[in-house]
Structures are given as structure tokens and as C-alpha cells.
Design a protein around this ligand. Structure first.
Ligand code: RM4
Ligand code: MN
Ligand code: MN
Length: 411
């Protein structure tokens, strides 16, 4: 029964119409969704206990771009690829741009790296030594030049800066150094580009981290300018933090710059998005779609990006599975009946309001996704199509030999 999903779509469509929802608009919004994949998600990764190579995993930026293009070919939702400098450093960025374009993708966010070099042992922008801060600033400048060469509109910043022990450094001084350096970086951005500031509450630092949470990131962003915004990595919060709430807050402030999608169970696990807490992912999309419904369109462009590193799953398979999970969460969120939800909220009908969410969360949206995929030329079931294809075997046969210029990719 290959076309059973068409019947299933008719049933879902009827249910949505009965709720008074505009199914044409839902389909258009599902079709418009795009999500960036990270170059480092296709390459070698592991933990500090070991890195286990996988047959066929991408060894160079060129192979990572090939895999990203395959992910996009099957899903039609991942046209851009984030790069990490220096992991993806090349001599010729025009060549990188052209190589991506030939395969139907483009370079997305540029992610500087000011945490790996030995000079950054005690920090980068927060470092007490002006020479180290200067080195970090020069790297930001290099990344801004790369952005121009590859046509990227996003500089995506994450800092490992922090301390391990009480008394190790002066918090206020470090904060002021960060302000100064972030402002200097902001001033170097290519015209119209955005700067996203990511936060994380611990790791690798175990006592304090200079940009520990979204409030600090927001404060720094506000001191830089309108094109500085907050990046929410789903794995970067303490347990129990209500991410959908802070997402709503940032949207309302006009400062939600983007996401790093992943999922975690314990810390910054970088697991498949939607694997441990699909309800949380759904609720985040509910906030996004609610704001969109209210404003007509989200007034701020939001960069949806994946930041994962799979150790036990095959990389490309895991990436395609992730994209499917994210699409499912978005589609379910679009099935929320916001009018009824508002009415329930207005009369403090707590159960009624929650039911509006649960009805949508429990909807089977796969037929809806298939309609959209059929129109876009994506595979109806991208992960299944990938598993049936010979791509993984071919890559394993072609990509033999040492890993060259690989990134860190260590959890
Ligand atoms: C951090 C953070 C950054 C990522 C690095 C490698 O935990 O999530 O986004 O670039 O890891
Ligand atoms: Mn991240
Ligand atoms: Mn992380």
C-alpha cells in the first residue's frame, strides 16, 4: 500500500480543518523550514576516552561537504553547512564556495575557534594577557574575511573561557574584557552580517564560565548592537531549565539569533535532537510558531542549526534522522490550535490549554511531511532512502586511509 499516506493526510487535514486551522498555511510553513548542518557533524568524533573511526566518515572539508550535500539532496531542507575554523581551514575559500555550490549547498555560519590553541589555556577574550586577547581578536578578523570569501552572513561565537577554582580570576575584569573584545569583533563583521553569541554553563571550565547563560549572552549582545543576538544550544543549560520559556523571552526581545539543535540526557551530550526529550523540542517550536502566528511572520531571522557529534551512530545517518526529528517537531507545533489555546488561557482552563498542546503533540504528522517532501523533490522518507542507497558503502570504499586535517570533535 504505497500511497496509504495520502489517505492518512486526508484524515489529518480534516482534523486540522475541524480545528479551524489553515492547512495551506501549515504546508507552506513546513515547506519553508530550513536547517543548517555542521561540517564537524560529519567528521571523526569521540570522547576524551577515545575516538573510534567509522568506515567512510568524512576526513576533509571536501568530503564533509559531499555528505552535507547528500543530506540536503534527500531532505531538501539543509542547503547550508556551518564551518569551523581552523578545523575546516583551506588555502582557497573561493574554491570551497564553488565546491559547495556545485553540489547544491552553500557555506553557512563561520565558527571561530579560540579554545584549542595552547595560548588559550587561561582563556581568550577573558585572558589577563593583552597579547592573547589580541591573538583571539586577530582570529575573529580572519574569520570575518573568510565570511566574505564564502558568502557567509553569520559569525557564530562560542567561548570555552572560564576558570576551574574559586579565586582563580576576577569575574568583573573578565566581563569587561569580553565586552570590549565582543564589541571589537562586532565592528569587524561584514556588512549586514549577524554575530551570534552562544552560552554554556560549564565545561571545559568547571567553576565559572564567562558567558554562562542566556542572560549574560543577551547582555553582551545588547552592548554590541542589533545584529548581535543570542544562540541557544539545547545542550548548554543546567538540568530543569525551561528552554521554551527563555526562547519566548528572547523572541520578544528581538534577540533570538539561532539554535544549535541537539539533545542531551546528562550534560552537553550532543545527541540526536529529539532523541531524549521530543516534548521539549516540540514546546520550543510551539513558542516559535506562536510568535509567528501573532506577528504574521517572525520579525527576526532565526538560524536553525544542528550541533551534534555522534559517536555510536553512523554520522550521515544520524544527521538525516536528526533533520527528520526536527521537521516532525516543527510540523506538530504547527498543528496547535492557538485560538482555542488563547481562550483556555483567558479563562484559566489549565487542562484545556494543555490539551491543545497534547492534541498537536500526539498528531501523526508524517503524512503532512510526505506531502511537502513530494512537492520539494525530497525523498518521502529520507532516512529510509539513505539506508537503501549505496552511499555509505561507496564512501567506505573510497575513503580509506588516514584522517587528514580532522577537527577535534571530542565530547
Ligand atoms: C561547544 C559548543 C560550540 C561548538 C563546540 C565544539 O560545546 O556547542 O557550539 O562549536 O562545542
Ligand atoms: Mn553549540
Ligand atoms: Mn556544545
Amino acid at each position: 500500500m504505497p500511497d496509504l499516506w495520502r489517505e492518512e493526510w486526508k484524515i489529518l487535514e480534516k482534523k486540522l480543518l475541524d480545528r479551524g486551522l489553515d492547512t495551506g498555511s501549515i504546508r507552506r510553513r513546513v515547506a519553508a523550514f530550513r536547517c543548517e548542518t555542521p561540517s564537524w557533524g560529519y567528521g571523526p568524533s569521540g570522547t576524551r576516552f577515545g575516538v573510534f573511526p567509522q568506515p567512510g566518515e568524512a576526513r576533509t572539508i571536501w568530503e564533509k561537504l559531499e555528505d552535507a550535500a547528500e543530506c540536503h539532496r534527500l531532505t531538501q531542507v539543509c542547503p547550508s553547512v556551518a564551518i569551523h575554523i581552523p578545523w575546516d581551514k583551506v588555502d582557497d575559500y573561493d574554491k570551497m564556495k564553488a565546491f559547495a555550490a556545485e553540489r547544491g549547498v552553500r557555506i553557512g555560519a563561520v565558527n571561530p575557534n579560540v579554545f584549542q590553541d595552547h595560548d588559550y589555556k587561561y582563556g581568550s577574550f577573558g585572558h589577563s594577557d593583552a597579547k592573547v586577547r589580541q591573538k583571539a581578536r586577530a582570529h575573529m578578523q580572519e574569520c570575518c574575511q573568510i565570511m566574505k570569501a564564502v558568502g557567509s552572513a553569520i559569525l557564530s561565537l562560542w567561548f570555552a573561557d572560564g576558570t576551574d577554582y574559586a579565586g582563580q580570576a576576577d569575574f568583573r575584569q573578565r566581563k569587561r574584557r569580553f565586552e570590549e573584545e565582543l564589541q571589537a569583533t562586532y565592528a569587524m563583521l561584514p556588512g549586514g552580517a549577524r554575530m551570534l553569541i552562544e552560552y554554556k554553563f560549564f565545561e571545559p571550565a568547571f567553576y565559572h564560565t564567562d558567558i554562562a547563560d542566556w542572560g549574560m549572552a543577551l547582555n553582551f549582545a545588547q552592548k554590541c548592537g542589533e545584529r548581535a543576538q543570542v544562540l541557544v544550544d539545547l545542550g548548554h543549560h543546567a538540568h530543569g531549565v525551561n528552554i521554551e520559556h527563555l526562547v519566548a523571552f528572547l523572541i520578544d526581545e528581538g534577540r533570538l539569533g539561532g539554535f544549535h539543535f541537539n539533545n542531551r540526557k546528562y550534560a552537553d551530550d550532543d545527541l540526536t535532537c529529539g532523541s531524549t526529550n521530543p516534548y521539549e523540542l516540540f514546546l520550543i517550536f510551539v513558542e516559535l510558531t506562536a510568535a509567528e502566528a501573532e506577528q504574521g511572520t517572525l520579525t527576526q531571522p532565526i538560524a536553525y542549526m544542528i550541533d551534534q557529534s555522534h559517536n555510536s551512530k553512523a554520522k550521515l545517518e544520524a544527521m538525516i534522522q536528526t533533520v527528520e526529528n526536527i521537521q516532525i517537531a516543527q510540523a506538530k507545533a504547527l498543528c496547535v490550535d492557538h485560538k482555542t489555546l488563547k481562550e483556555c488561557q483567558g479563562r484559566n482552563d489549565v487542562v484545556g490549554a494543555e490539551r491543545c498542546l497534547l492534541d498537536a503533540f500526539h498528531a501523526d504528522v508524517l503524512p503532512l511531511l510526505k506531502c511537502v517532501r513530494e512537492e520539494s523533490g525530497a525523498a518521502l522518507e529520507p532516512l529510509e532512502a539513505f539506508r537503501l542507497s549505496a552511499y555509505a558503502e561507496k564512501a567506505a570504499a573510497q575513503r580509506k586511509g588516514k584522517v587528514a586535517g580532522a577537527g577535534l570533535g571530542v565530547n
